[in-house]
Design a protein around this ligand. Structure first.
Ligand code: SER
Length: 878
């Protein structure tokens, strides 16, 4: 067996299976097209429809082969503590959908292992599902010794991706690393938890479709799904003890060594941190490249957790500041040729990671302060689970970090209580997830899926023409198929061909009319409840429409033209944003209607007014250059190679449509566009706002919408100018000066209210008494003053008292009672305590308050108690 690099193993595998007739296909996104899964966790995920025979592989292929990027975080807590577990890994796989099965697969697995990788036969072990005698016989026939084959139960040898869907028994291949790696137990065998027998290849015989109720339905055909962990086999081929010592991951560990100034292998705790950061940084890079943004739920939360765990660990080994991008640079260097998306999204990765590092840097300090506080105030040696949970939930502290810090002070975390809090949170998350899955399910199947199967997709001729002759192929009313829609009915018309664009990719559906000579149906909206099937939502008038009728479909052409202008405007805006802000700008959502457009995109701070103006200028420059729009069909691969902008997470067919405005903008898009940018006329940004931590929104109008917007602003301004009696462009200056005068007047009015008449002050001063403690004091009903005016009153009184003293007053305002006690430093030194007085007086007025010895106030709802309150003060002071 010879040393092979990770890249060599990857290529050898794909090449081997390609030569065996399997189609080499690209890795699918980490965001699965499957509501039952949060993240792509295995190679078979993208092939579920093939296993279920909903999709077929074209001839002459017998199967497929891929290297799939995967993320698994169910065992995140042990990542780094073993050499085998990773959150991000690459899985080599081959898949057969009813073509080859057990015999062929086992033969190929052995052939590849022994003859391509060169693994010695005597080091290979094989497990099979407990009652799978057939596979035992197959291995034996292939020359495997009896004592190298064993049976294992459901936990090890039955594989499923999720609670439901394709699954089946499996047979696994193990490599014996030798007794030195083992636990020494006499029972040590494949399946043991120790490191001796390393499972490197799982061959699943995918025969079943797991049902909601836990039962299994036979799949129409018998299939194969295999997965080989690339990092694991690399460790074997490179003769190293853990995944982290293989070429790719070792280079990432080296980044940490450099940044922290440490050496891998010197210290167990440092090594653990180096491994975790190396692993997590890959997951983070690939998740962002697939359009996942950090958030507090779903896959965004998984991403945030991985990011924070990496930052925390770096903190612990002395890596400070923004550092994660150094890892990403290395990842891009090592893996960018196989996964171009991490290169294409480099700017986004950089900006997003920096933003999270900065944000978490701030919470990290707060969280540490919170933990310090909790540890200081702690009685006993157990930190409550609730505290660890708050740290986890609010400050993003993984519990093991909290445990580590606590352990340094000899304190343990109440893990049972913590787990209970986590379980409660998971339950909340699960019920939210279940709802999502339900929602996704309810749109699936039903009458439209049947119609699509029966009728095929609707031919769309609406890019070129505004009207077309067509035949009604089906009618739907209240979710049921019907033969006719009568006068006044609302329902859905399906045509064999149509000019009506169905709402998709942010663009609204078309409206217009479908006529058959007598009756007419007003098309209120058009949607695609199943991809390719246009459902025209209509209200019928002047007669009935019937299935089979020949009709004419006519668009509301004015409305469609406005939509097209806004759609092309959106592309121009997108390209302008990338020019002005940078390549990290990616579309996160959009709405394109006849009146306005909305564009959501990744960016991490508000745009400055200058940036908004620049985006607008760049966009309008392209509009005024009158660039012809070209649309053409190509393959996804070609489009990618040309650098056409594709949307995250969007499923594209192998054949795609490109919409380009010269070399300024080109995007994959199925929408309706103008034929020249000049038709957009004018693009005006009307709003910029935040829609989440990492996403901004721009609202804009074009053409007549922009004209209407500008006219509205002008009318408003004219009206204001008329009111102010100034020329149009003096409005802001006049408004500012008016506002200034208004504020001055307001302040003067306030001062007037606060001022207490001289008579009032004189009256108070005439009530001075000498406290036995030796300072003058006034204890009296207060003259009426505004709230906040009492302090002012005290300022005046204290200045006019002959000797430094104190005051205790009680007053009424708006049916409520107010108390104030205040004393000079001298009075306080002599024993006057405003806080104590107010505390004692509060109950008499049915309220309370507080303050310091020199000043305290209270309010209460019982003004009738004012005299009593003053009596209490007299008792205490005099
Ligand atoms: N789906 C199986 C696994 O992930 C084999 O590919 O192990």
């Amino acid at each position: 067996m010879e040393y092979m690099t990770t890249a060599q193993i990857r290529e050898a595998y794909l090449d081997y299976f390609e030569k065996k007739g399997n189609k080499r296909m690209p890795s699918s996104s980490l965001v699965p097209d499957d509501p039952s899964l949060l993240l792509t966790s295995a190679g078979m995920v993208q092939f579920k429809p093939y296993f279920l025979q909903q999709k077929q592989l074209e001839e002459p292929y017998v199967g497929t082969t891929t290297v799939q990027k995967c993320v698994r975080t169910n065992d995140i807590d042990i990542i780094g503590t073993t050499g085998r577990h990773l959150s991000f890994f690459e899985m080599l796989g081959n898949f057969s959908f009813g073509k080859y099965f057990k015999h062929e697969m086992c033969a190929m697995a052995l052939d590849f292992s022994v003859n391509v990788l060169g693994l010695p036969m005597e080091k290979l072990y094989f497990t099979v599902f407990e009652d799978d005698d057939e596979t035992i016989q197959i291995w034996k026939d292939l020359g495997v010794a009896d004592d190298h084959i064993s049976r294992l139960g459901e936990d090890d040898n039955f594989w499923r991706a999720g609670p439901t869907g394709p699954c089946g028994p499996c047979s696994e291949l193990y490599y014996d690393q030798g007794p030195a790696f083992g636990c020494g137990s006499p029972d040590c065998a494949p399946g043991c938890d120790c490191d001796r027998f390393l499972e490197y290849w799982n061959c699943v015989f995918t025969q079943f479709d797991g049902q909601e109720d836990g039962s299994f339905k036979e799949l129409p055909k018998k299939n194969i799904d295999t997965g080989m962990g690339l990092e694991r086999i690399a460790a074997i081929m490179q003769g190293v003890q853990s995944n982290y010592e293989t070429d790719v991951l070792r280079s990432l560990v080296a980044v940490g060594e450099r940044l922290a100034g440490v050496s891998y292998g010197d210290d167990a705790a440092t090594d653990l941190a180096l491994r975790i950061i190396a692993d997590h940084s890959r997951a983070v890079t690939f998740m962002i490249a697939d359009g996942i943004l950090p958030s507090n739920e779903g896959r965004g939360y998984v991403l945030r957790r991985l990011l924070r765990r990496a930052i925390m660990k770096a903190h612990l080994i002395g890596i400070e500041g923004l550092f994660l991008n150094e890892y990403v640079d290395e990842i891009v260097r090592l893996m960018g040729d196989v996964y171009p998306e991490i290169v294409e999204n480099r700017e986004l990765e950089r900006k997003l990671i920096m933003a999270e590092e900065e944000r978490f840097g701030a919470t990290l300090d707060h969280g540490q302060a919170y933990l310090e506080e909790a540890l200081r105030g702690l009685e006993g040696d157990m930190l409550p689970g609730q505290t660890a949970f708050v740290l986890h939930d609010t400050y993003g502290f993984p519990v093991e970090i909290t445990s580590e810090i606590a352990a340094e002070r000899g304190i343990v975390v109440d893990m049972d209580a913590f787990d209970a809090e986590m379980a409660a949170q998971r339950e909340r998350a699960r019920s939210a997830g279940a709802k999502d899955a339900e929602a996704a399910w309810s749109t699936y199947g039903g009458v439209y899926a049947d119609l699509l199967r029966e009728l095929g997709p609707t031919a769309f001729v609406g890019y070129e023409q505004a009207s077309a002759e067509a035949t009604i192929t089906a009618l739907v009313k209240d979710g049921e198929r019907v033969e006719a829609l009568e006068d006044g009915d609302e329902g859905v018309i399906v045509l064999d061909r149509t000019v009506f664009y169905a709402e998709m990719g942010g663009e609204v559906g078309d409206t217009g009319i479908i006529e058959d000579g007598e009756a007419a149906a007003d098309v209120l909206d058009t949607t695609a409840p199943e991809k390719g099937l246009h459902a025209h939502k209509v209200r019928v008038r002047g007669g009935a429409v019937r299935a089979g009728d020949a009709v004419v479909a006519v668009l509301d052409g004015m409305r469609r033209a406005s939509v097209a202008r806004n759609h092309t405007g959106t592309h121009i805006l997108h390209a302008a944003l990338r020019r002005v802000l940078g390549d990290h700008v990616r579309q996160a959502g959009s709405y394109v209607g006849p009146e306005r457009l909305r564009f959501d995109f990744t960016h991490f701070e508000a745009l400055t007014p200058e940036q908004i103006a620049e985006v607008e200028r760049v966009a309008n420059n392209e509009i005024m250059r009158a660039i012809p729009i070209s649309t053409y069909e190509t393959t996804l691969d070609e489009a990618r190679a040309e650098g056409v902008t594709a949307l995250f997470g969007e499923k594209y067919d192998a054949d795609v449509r490109v919409v380009a405005a010269g070399d300024f903008s080109s995007e994959l898009c199925g929408g309706c566009h103008v034929s020249n940018t000049a038709e957009i006329g004018f693009l005006k940004i009307t709003g910029e706002s935040s829609v989440g931590a990492n996403t901004r929104r721009i609202e804009a109008v074009t053409s007549f919408g922009a004209l209407a917007h500008v006219n509205r602003i002008e009318a408003e301004l004219r009206e204001t100018a008329a009111e102010l009696k100034v020329p149009l462009f003096d409005v802001s200056e006049r408004t500012a000066s008016n506002l200034k005068s208004f504020k001055e007047l307001q302040q003067a009015a306030k001062r007037g209210k606060e001022a207490v008449s001289d008579d009032g002050i004189n009256e108070l001063l005439s009530l001075v008494q000498m406290a036995p403690a030796g300072y003058p004091v006034i204890i009296a009903k207060a003259p009426a003053v505004e709230s906040g005016g009492q302090r002012h009153l005290w300022d005046v009184v204290r200045a006019r008292m002959e000797q430094p003293g104190a005051i205790v007053i009680a007053g009424e305002k708006d049916g409520k009672a107010m108390l104030m006690a205040a004393g000079t430093d001298e009075a306080v030194a002599a024993g006057f305590d405003a806080a104590q007085l107010i505390k004692a007086m509060g109950p008499a007025i049915g309220g309370g308050g507080g303050g310091k010895a020199a000043m305290a106030q209270a309010g209460g709802k019982n003004p009738a108690g004012i005299d009593d309150a003053l009596a209490i003060a007299r008792d205490m002071v005099l």
